[in-house]
Write a protein that binds this ligand. Structure first.
Ligand SMILES: Cc1cc2nc3c(=O)[nH]c(=O)nc-3n(C[C@H](O)[C@H](O)[C@H](O)COP(=O)(O)O)c2cc1C
Length: 307
């Protein structure tokens, strides 16, 4: 087939030229990667999680390598939503064709609403991704995304305040991801994204201490891929809104696998640490894969697995 495949997909009404998106926390605020990756060539990028106030994050060590992955406990370090709008967004607006997804989090619903309000007034953002994997301090630290009642409240109120499409990023540390995806959909989410990292622990047997100062951290990378693919499949069966899949994508074939499991688009996180050009390379690789497999429109791969 010599025809150029159509690589565009739509997520919650937002048109992306490629289904491959740079995941939150692994691509800074986008501008740092400007020299390395053409932001107008990838599907979109998600900013580092933005909070109401700047945050310093956790003490070090906060990133370690594991077999086929990494554990991080960065602690959602970020410059705060106002600094992002003032210092980073104007630069991003000058990159024609860059699609910016702002990742939002907070320790109370009010915190999240305040971040959304600040972003609502700023131009140059296509969509919000609400990180439901952080603890709610007014409910004893219980993680929003692991309690269906808390998740429902967070999503309804955030959606109510949002002037842009809202994608809800689900925690994978739950018994039924399908049920949590349905809760997000019922509460008004325009899309769901998954997975965030899996809570994990690595012990240094010489010192008998955790290898991460925070004791536990989130596992990401190829080690989690088969679990993430299964969860994307479960979520896609449970909801009608688009599912954006991620977890251990390194090669174009990994991205294709997530789409066949039911994802409309995919995100790439940890792979950008080993190769800062990973997102662009995977997007190019997917196009070649489509050419080689006579796929005229990449969107046709969504849910195409025969299971
Ligand atoms: C160092 C690091 C920082 C991250 N920071 C965030 C964050 O701020 N907000 C968020 O929603 N996810 C964050 N994530 C999770 C990733 O976006 C992604 O969901 C996860 O790593 C799984 O994908 P991967 O295996 O391709 O990395 C972070 C991941 C890593 C490795």
């Amino acid at each position: 087939m010599s025809k150029v495949p159509d690589m565009s997909v739509a997520v919650a009404g937002v048109e992306l030229r490629s289904p491959v998106i740079a995941a939150s926390g692994t691509f800074g605020y986008g501008v740092e990667f400007e020299e390395i990756v053409s932001l107008d060539k990838i599907g979109a990028f998600v900013t580092k999680g933005l909070s109401r106030e700047p945050m310093a994050g956790n003490p070090t060590p906060r990133i370690i390598e594991t077999a086929a992955g990494m554990i991080n406990a960065i602690g959602l370090q970020n410059m705060g939503v106002r600094a992002f709008v003032e210092e980073k967004l104007p630069k991003l607006r000058t990159i024609k064709g860059a699609v910016v997804i702002a990742n939002v989090f907070g320790y109370t619903v009010e915190d999240c609403l305040e971040v959304i309000r600040v972003l609502n007034d700023a131009e140059g953002i296509a969509m919000y991704e609400l990180n439901a994997s952080c603890p709610n301090t007014s409910h004893g630290g219980m993680v929003f995304g692991t309690d269906s009642g808390l998740l429902y409240e967070l999503v309804t109120r955030t959606k109510g305040a949002s002037r842009r499409p809202l994608m809800v990023k689900l925690s994978p540390n739950v018994t039924s991801i399908g049920q949590m995806a349905k809760v997000a959909e019922d509460a008004g989410a325009d899309a769901v994204s998954l997975v965030n990292t899996f809570v994990s622990l690595a012990i240094d047997v010489e010192t008998r201490r955790s290898r991460i100062a925070n004791v536990t951290g989130g596992l990401s990378g190829p080690a989690i891929k088969p679990i993430a693919v299964r969860m994307v499949h479960d979520a896609a069966k449970a909801v009608r809104i688009p599912v954006v899949g991620m977890g251990g994508i390194v090669r174009a074939e990994d991205a294709v696998e997530f789409m066949m499991a039911g994802a409309t688009a995919v995100q790439v996180g940890t792979a950008s640490y080993a190769d800062p050009r990973a997102v662009e390379n995977i997007a190019n690789g997917m196009r070649k894969w489509c050419v080689g497999h006579q796929v005229e429109h990449v969107a046709g791969l969504t849910g195409a697995a025969v299971l």
